[in-house]
Design a protein around this ligand. Structure first.
Ligand SMILES: O=C(O)/C=C/C(=O)CC(=O)CC(=O)O
Ligand code: CA
Ligand code: MG
Length: 398
């Protein structure tokens, strides 16, 4: 792996081969852009100058486009690996313990895909028994819905148990009240930097010109609200109360060693969705409740790749904006213990999931903390970490 002069950074998963971007604030100071190195944040406005880094979100930097992203990454990498730079750069390293991490970017639009075949098949069987679990369109286009950008929150933000309308337990008419089936969904999110104009489609091959990097996403879901409301239009309030993202945006350039062709697809997608580069990603995720890992979703099992998702998202000419976020959908593998949500792990609430530290869950209880982490191979050996997205479920309000 590439080595740095920053103490402890090389072995931390946040060395020179990672360099994820975030927004941090020191007590009493306005938030600004930084890059994580080990247990420190490099204050970019201090180390590099540039108004885009003295900003409270990554958006101005994201808008500059892929040449600027690559040049900046090379500059930061040089500063952290060359001993000659140390005296000038070290004063701009701030211990993580001294900062608060903010939501890294202003979310423009939020879309959630449904790109795992195993997840789609499982949810189909659980919610629509007797029906074809995966409808024929699913293999021809990456199915998705538009979520709520304004309720995307950063890791560490408490999530209030949502209220909503659901079918009463005796199968009678609907009731309104706190959800009794709150769930988490392990996902990967893609952060758009470069915008497009209305009417333009983004070819599959232009993915890396538009997408800057990835975050971890927990798409909190109220299964009882969802199951009652979604027919026939799809998810709405069951998923719009909160979506949590990790504070560090890992650049696509850090994920080179995790790339592979992607899972085989049959039937072959239409030409405008045909893959032209390797954008399968081999990431290992871990989903924990109160610190106990309950699932290890394998991102490599995803059916649709993110370049295909972006091409589909814009295939009608819908424009992109800086800060658009699209998530993969729940990441589920075929093997037991690799499904990305409790709905699947507990098979619709019928088989409680045992927590390794004691206790069991079908769905989440007030006070539960859900944490999603992920790792990938680094560009020059070693392992890089994607940070974590964590959130605690609070009792319903009102
Ligand atoms: O099959 C359904 O009716 C709904 C499935 C989901 O929960 C949608 C979703 O959030 C997509 C995903 O995370 O894969
Ligand atoms: Ca989802
Ligand atoms: Mg959501």
């Amino acid at each position: 792996m590439t080595t740095t002069w920053v103490p402890g950074a090389d072995e931390s998963g946040y060395g020179a081969d990672n360099l994820p971007y975030g927004v941090f604030a020191r007590p009493g100071s306005p938030p600004r852009v930084g890059v994580r190195v080990g247990d420190h944040v490099l204050d970019l406005a201090g180390a590099l100058g540039g108004a885009e880094f003295a900003a409270p979100s990554l958006n101005p930097f994201l808008a500059r486009g892929s040449s600027a992203w690559r040049a900046t990454r090379a500059k930061i990498s040089g500063m952290l690996t060359s001993a000659d730079s140390r005296p000038a750069v070290e004063p701009h390293l701030v211990p993580l313990a001294e900062v608060e991490l903010r939501r890294p970017f202003e979310v423009a639009d939020y879309v959630d895909f449904y790109a795992s075949l195993e997840h789609a098949a499982n949810v189909g069987q659980i919610l629509r028994p007797g029906d074809d679990p995966v409808h024929p369109n699913w293999r021809h286009l990456p199915v998705a819905y538009h979520g709520r950008a304004g309720t995307v929150v950063v890791s560490g933000t408490g999530v209030v148990r949502p209220r909503g309308q659901r079918q009463s337990p005796d199968g009678g008419g609907p009731v309104y009240g706190p959800s009794t089936r709150v769930d988490a969904e392990a996902e990967l999110g893609f952060v758009v930097g470069t915008s497009t104009s209305l009417g333009r489609t983004v070819p599959v091959g232009d993915f890396a010109e538009h997408v800057f990097g990835v975050v971890l996403v927990n798409d909190w879901s109220a299964r009882d609200i969802q199951a009652w409301e979604y027919v026939p239009l799809g998810p709405f309030l069951g998923k719009s109360f909160a979506t949590s993202v990790s504070p560090w945006v890992v650049p696509l350039d850090a994920l080179g060693a995790a790339r592979f062709a992607g899972r085989e697809q049959w039937p072959e997608p239409l030409p405008h969705l045909a893959r032209v580069a390797d954008w399968g990603l081999d990431l290992e995720m871990a989903l924990a409740i109160n610190g106990h890992v309950v699932s290890r979703p394998p991102y490599s099992a995803m059916y649709w790749t993110p370049d295909q998702m972006l091409a589909h998202l814009t295939s009608n000419g819908a424009s992109l904006r800086t800060g658009d976020l699209y998530a993969s959908g729940t990441v589920s593998g075929a093997e037991p213990g690799r499904q990305g949500c409790l709905l699947e792990l507990s098979w619709g609430g019928t088989r409680p999931v045992r927590l390794p530290g004691g206790g069991e869950r079908t769905f989440l209880e007030d006070g539960d903390t859900v944490t999603l982490t992920a790792t990938a191979r680094g560009m020059n050996g070693g392992t890089i970490r994607l940070g974590e997205v964590s959130g605690t479920l609070r009792p319903a309000e009102g």
